[in-house]
Design a protein around this ligand. Structure first.
Ligand code: NAG
Ligand code: NAG
Length: 439
């Protein structure tokens, strides 16, 4: 009998060590892909592009407001980073024991992982069942004097000294919940389950506002203490994660996040220093070079950032740059493009050209973003010009808007078909061009 118990215990221990030395990947579901519950059959690619521009503008405004409100980004401002219905990607989480699937917003700008839980007295209506902690043997309430609880902003002591959080978002959305720890299960590339124990997990008992009924939770992928990345990556075989975003025009393939050694960016790559400010990963952009024209220098400092001058923002579609940089860039691009100008019907991107076909698109230049450490990332026209309709017909717009008094953003459109790796041990980001459908 004792031997049997010992055997079971050592098997359990073996399962844990597997997770600890693991490397695995997660599929990122773009909200407009047919796999997403948000997929709209009748929307055209231009409708989708336009909606994503609109979401980008909302996100940029919210990021700017957060930075201004704080006079800098505070590490403790964890969940309030969330911008409810402006997300771009979803991912499936398996939470608890036995694991329950939760379709979550993948949010690179926030930290906490949360779901709506039973009993949710005043939660937004969701189509999936609520997470029921009574059904999970690994659910543990976190005490309010714990480090995890202190890592949250706006946390308090609740019933039985449990850690409670209360967040209000700028748009009026709110979540209230209890901080717990839970097991998260992922699958390694060979299909075996990998269990990560004691991961901070917010169990909402109230949520309201502009959340969609088709999502049941959120996975914070930012750089702060309670994010999925910060909690899981240190226990992997390498303190590293990467992602590769497929172009949005490819509706069949999926983007992925790869955790651990399997994600290391290989081949011909460039590497630049990366800093973590609160939830955000921050880089230093030095210069932007327009093929066939001149280069535009970028000032070393930017509003709200102290360690660099641009946030690498995979949850925002278009790029945001300071007004001066943007106007010089517009000038340089205008010098080399011989197409008639058009107006962005959204009024967000300052430079658009009327295009009537592929021959016109060939006239658009490559544009290189040069980051610190001689890290030149060359962007093809499809990564830096966005298809739009202006009042005069089809247009291609430079996918850059004015960051104004907010921090500059390097968006996900520019990152498509790049393998982007985050080496958290040495604080560096690497880029290599890749066919993300094949990674
Ligand atoms: C789907 O897209 C069409 C065309 O853009 C739009 O009119 C409609 O409102 C969209 N439906 C939903 C549910 O978003
Ligand atoms: C929890 O378990 C009960 C009883 O086994 C079951 O009826 C219920 O559907 C489960 N709830 C969820 C959300 O899994």
């Amino acid at each position: 009998m004792a031997i049997v118990i010992l055997l079971v215990l050592s098997m359990a221990a073996a399962a844990m060590t597997t997770a600890a030395a693991a490397t695995f990947s997660i599929e990122l579901i773009h909200r407009d892909s047919p796999k997403s519950p948000f997929y709209n059959h009748s929307a055209t690619s231009v409708d989708r592009a336009r909606a994503s521009i609109y979401r980008s503008a909302l996100q940029a405004r919210q990021i700017a407001a957060r930075v201004q409100r704080k006079g800098g980004i505070e590490p403790s401002d964890a969940v309030s980073r969330l911008v409810p219905d402006t997300f771009e990607y979803l991912m499936e989480l398996r939470v608890g024991t036995p694991p329950i699937s939760v379709l979550a917003i993948a949010d690179t700008g926030s930290d906490l992982i949360w779901a709506n839980c039973v009993p949710c007295t005043k939660c937004y209506r969701q189509t999936a069942p609520l997470f029921d902690k009574r059904n999970s043997s690994s659910y543990r309430t976190e005490p309010c004097d714990s480090n995890l609880c202190k890592a949250l902003s706006s946390s308090a002591c609740g019933v039985g000294r449990s850690c409670e959080y209360h967040y209000a978002y700028q748009d009026g959305s709110k979540i209230d919940g209890v901080l717990a720890t839970e097991d998260l299960t992922f699958y390694s590339t060979d299909g075996s389950p990998l269990v990560f124990s004691n991961i901070a997990f917010g169990c909402n008992y109230q949520s309201s506002g502009s959340f969609s009924s088709r999502t049941a939770g959120l996975a914070g992928l930012g750089g702060g203490a309670v994010s999925l990345v910060s909690q899981i990556v240190p226990s992997l075989d390498k303190i590293y994660f990467s992602y590769c975003l497929v172009p949005k025009s490819d509706t069949q393939a999926s983007s992925k996040v790869i955790f651990g050694s399997a994600g290391v960016v290989a081949g011909s790559k460039v590497t630049t220093p990366m800093m973590v400010e609160g939830s955000f990963f921050v880089l230093r952009l030095e210069e932007i070079i327009v093929d066939g024209a001149g280069s535009v220098p970028v000032p070393p400092s930017a509003p709200g950032l102290t360690t660099g001058n641009i946030i690498i923002a995979s949850g925002t579609t278009i790029n945001y740059l300071p007004a001066d940089v943007l106007s010089s860039l517009v000038q340089e691009v205008s010098r080399v493009v011989s197409l008639p100008k058009a107006a962005d019907s959204e009024g967000i991107m300052p430079l658009c050209f009327a295009v009537t076909g592929e021959a016109d698109r060939q006239k658009l230049p490559f544009i290189t973003f040069k980051f610190a450490g001689e890290a030149s990332v060359s962007l093809s026209p499809t990564s830096i010009f966005m298809d739009e309709f202006s009042f005069a017909g089809a247009a291609a717009c430079l996918a850059v808007a004015n960051s104004g008094s907010g921090p500059p953003l390097f968006g996900n459109m520019a990152q498509q078909n790049l393998h982007v790796g985050y080496d958290l041990a040495i604080q560096a980001v690497s880029f290599a061009s890749a066919d993300c459908t094949k990674l």
